[in-house]
Design a protein around this ligand. Structure first.
Ligand code: NAD
Length: 324
């Protein structure tokens, strides 16, 4: 199958493309390779994908005015789009608010405009986030819960993306599936996320901050499990009604942040130097995914526990950074 993957140079996009290529699909990847984090990491991921002849790539900004005009001639035969490109990160949204409107709101419209233009378009699968649940108290978070109380612009931009997709799916009969990912980690992971930051500081023997005095819990989800949750949607049959569906993809097991630190100490063989701090603006204390629907409809079944996943992550980190 021919599949357009946005954010292909990103963390999840890279893993997804690797898997789709293994399954013999033809992939057209796009990404603007922005410098939100180390561009070398994005290029290194991309160079691995480019070794496969079934992978084509174009550097392009989805939020640019002429995006649809430029990309349509190259993608008019693509009936499936997996849209992962976004400006990620909760903390960066405090200092760079407009990036979130461009990459998460305006770009969502661009992708839907593209889907609308493609003849006999089948399915738009796109990344949303657990941050849409904001400060919801009831756990586990269900896709039936109200999500109108975001506590970060990132969360608000992802929720806006869902509402925009829902409106297009109704108006133009476009099948759309939103996937709310929960704290994804694993090899080739993002340098702005906890597992990477902590591991880097452990190896560099530097002190790192632990917010809310370490009293946080996250439903950490291994990247391979996320990819396994996306794959069944590629073989999807068009829905006749409720064209817009939302699923949670999370491990269904919240873990304390201190457990993450302790496991990283174990696998790195280093002792953490921690500075405990108060709650950060925009952060949530707890995430926990209800995955009943994803289990039923997508046969989603997370396989990797935090210990196994972090061991794989630290092994990758050591190899990538040439640490003995
Ligand atoms: N990693 C997680 O824990 C997590 C959790 C919840 C949701 N998500 C969502 O999953 C998706 C993938 O996340 P990731 O962790 O791989 O992030 P990532 O930052 O590694 O990947 C996103 C990619 O999109 C590209 N991009 C950003 N804006 C663009 C634009 N305007 N045009 C073209 N390309 C652009 C970036 O260069 C980057 O390579 C995102 O939508 C993110 O919001 C991720």
């Amino acid at each position: 199958m021919k599949i357009l993957v946005t954010g292909a140079a990103g963390f999840i996009g890279f893993h997804l493309c690797e898997r789709l290529l293994k399954d013999n699909h033809q992939i057209f990847g796009i990404d603007n390779i922005n410098n939100y984090y180390d561009v070398k990491l994005k290029k290194d991921r991309l160079n691995i994908l480019l070794k496969n002849k079934k992978f084509k790539f174009k550097k392009i900004d989805i939020s640019s005015e002429n995006f649809v005009k430029k990309i349509y001639p190259l993608t008019k035969n693509f009936k499936i789009i997996i849209h992962l490109a976004a400006q990620a990160g909760v903390r960066y949204s405090i200092t760079h608010p407009y990036k979130y409107i461009e990459s998460n709101v305006k770009s969502q419209v661009s992708i839907l405009e593209l889907a609308k233009k493609i003849k006999n378009f089948e399915h738009l699968i796109y990344a949303s986030s657990s941050s849409v649940y904001g400060s919801n108290k009831k756990t586990p978070f269900s896709t039936n819960d109200r999500v109108d109380d975001p506590i970060s612009l990132y969360g608000a931009s992802k929720r806006s993306g869902e509402l925009i997709a829902k409106s297009y799916s109704k108006m133009f009969k476009i099948n759309c599936t939103a996937l709310r990912f929960f704290s994804v980690y694993g090899p080739w992971g993002r340098p702005d996320m906890a597992a990477y930051i902590f591991t880097k500081n452990l190896f560099e023997k530097k002190t790192f901050d632990l917010f809310n005095f370490g009293r946080m819990e996250r439903d950490f989800t291994f990247v391979e499990d996320i990819v396994n949750g996306i794959i069944p949607l590629v073989k999807f049959k068009k829905r006749k009604k409720d064209l817009h569906k939302i699923y949670n993809l999370g491990n269904n097991k919240p873990e304390p942040l201190m457990k993450l630190v302790n496991l990283l100490e174990k696998f790195s063989g280093k002792k953490a130097k921690i500075k405990k701090k108060g709650m950060q603006l925009g952060d949530v204390r707890h995430t926990y995914a209800n995955i009943k629907d994803s289990k039923k409809d997508l046969k989603f079944k997370p396989q990797t526990n935090l210990e196994e996943g972090l061991e794989k992550f630290v092994n990758w980190y050591k190899e990538y950074h040439k640490i003995n």
